[in-house]
Ligand binder design. Structure first.
Ligand code: CTP
Length: 416
């Protein structure tokens, strides 16, 4: 349980802060809501008080004996401002203390996360961009806004990310601090595969696997939060795409193979990917034949066995086809056996596939599939071994990106 201050700015997206509040309290956190006066024109204080279980005030004058702005700021484990309007970003960057929220920002020792939401013109204005740069330079996290439908008929960058995405990213900051969401992937293009392929037997049946896609989702979400342009090649995952991420849905290993080759090389004028991460569980085999009609029991076509053929090793192909400077990351779910322990098998796989980085899961106890927690070891082709501590899959994703960022060749333009 952490103590979280939820600052709410005065924009239409303030209604989503109530949903974020709900996500945070359901995760067990103690949340104190500090809205601006204009935020209360969009959402009533009663909503925030009922959902948080704490009184709500906007002014430093409301609770003078308690010196609320000092107490709230000093005792927080995390401060999140959602939505952060252009005005709020400007007041925070200027260090103003003209209401309880901005005063609290000045007394907070904890990491501060701004989640901007505003019209595209306001977001792209150089005044706002300068304020964002100032806040980031001081160590705050300023998430890039989502691109999509804004208030009214227009659309573009400026939309508030969905509350579930924000809550997942806050868990990264709670475990790793503001540095875990540093904008160090700005200007980079990354391609992540996720989910599990399905190899059809007939129009209704397939051979599949138990991959939930959650680690790939987390990697895509964290990369987008750290400023990257992200493409997620998603095999059979029903979850909505993380904010700021373009998804390419695929079904079979062959479809995934085609999509990965295209996206890694760069499609429709986009440049090749800087980093490729293969978290997808790709079927190694597919049925040799696919029946056109449903295989019925008792019929002449009833199969007594299924003949399989090998699918391509997409990861190995991507390694051979990669353009200069592209970093390729593989995943391996391993168990130890008589021939070697988990890391020995993983080192051999890293060499066999020729990847720069291999992320290893020990699945001996079956604790990974479908769970929200994970624990991995990152092996480098340079012989390095880095343990990423057990945690939520988003926190683990941040640890994996740390290992990748350090290996990317220099020369990306700065984040913006
Ligand atoms: N992979 C792939 N294409 C395949 C199989 C796997 O691209 N046909 C990728 C996975 O996305 C993962 C990595 O290869 O990043 C490791 O997958 P794994 O199945 O563990 O590797 P295999 O070479 O199939 O090893 P094993 O012999 O242990 O099954």
């Amino acid at each position: 349980m952490s103590r979280i201050v939820l600052g709410v700015g005065g924009g239409v997206a303030a209604y989503k802060s109530a949903l974020l509040l709900r996500e945070l309290t359901e995760a067990g956190h103690d949340v104190r809501v500090v809205p601006t006066a204009s935020a209360l024109r969009f959402v009533g204080a009663a909503t925030f008080e009922a959902l948080s279980g704490h009184p709500v005030s906007t002014e430093v004058w409301d609770d003078v004996p308690e010196v609320a702005h000092v107490r709230i700021g000093q005792t927080a484990d995390l401060v999140v401002v959602c939505p952060a309007t252009a005005d709020l970003l400007a007041r925070a960057a200027a260090g103003r203390a003209d209401d309880l929220l901005t005063a609290t920002l000045l007394t907070a020792h904890a990491p501060v996360v701004f989640v901007p939401a505003m019209h595209t013109e306001m977001w792209l204005h150089s005044a706002t961009q300068d304020n964002v740069a100032t806040l980031r330079r001081r160590g705050s996290v300023v998430l890039p806004p989502a691109v999509g439908r804004l208030t009214g008929p227009d659309s573009g960058p400026g939309r508030l990310p969905e509350p579930a995405d924000v809550a997942a990213l806050l868990s990264v900051v709670l475990s790793g601090g503001a540095a875990a969401l540093a904008p160090d992937l700005g200007g980079r293009r990354v391609v992540v595969s996720a989910g599990g392929t399905r190899e059809p037997l007939d129009p209704v049946r397939y051979l599949g696997n138990r991959s939930s896609g959650r680690q790939g989702w987390a990697l895509a979400r964290v990369a987008a939060a750290r400023g990257a342009e992200v493409v997620l090649v998603a095999a059979n995952v029903a979850d909505p795409a993380p904010f700021g991420v373009r998804t390419v849905p695929v079904g079979t290993a062959e479809e995934l193979r085609a999509a990965m080759h295209a996206e890694c090389a760069g499609v429709d004028g986009s440049r090749p990917a800087d980093a490729v991460v293969m978290t997808a569980a790709v079927a190694d085999f597919r049925p040799a034949t696919v029946a056109d009609t449903k295989l019925k029991k008792g019929s002449a076509a009833e199969p007594s066995s299924v003949a399989l053929v090998r699918n391509a090793d997409v990861l190995a192909e991507l390694v051979s086809a990669r353009p200069a400077g592209q970093l390729v990351v593989g995943f391996a779910a391993e168990t130890g056996d008589a021939e070697g322990d988990v890391l020995a098998h993983a080192r051999a796989k890293l060499a066999r596939k020729g990847v720069d980085v291999l992320v290893v899961n020990d699945v001996s106890a079956g604790q990974v599939f479908g769970h929200s927690d994970n624990e991995v070891t990152v092996l480098g082709a340079d012989g390095s071994t880095t343990a990423v501590p057990s945690g939520r899959k988003d926190a683990v994703a941040a640890g994996i990106w740390d290992a990748v960022v350090g290996r990317l060749p220099a020369a990306a333009p700065p984040a913006g």
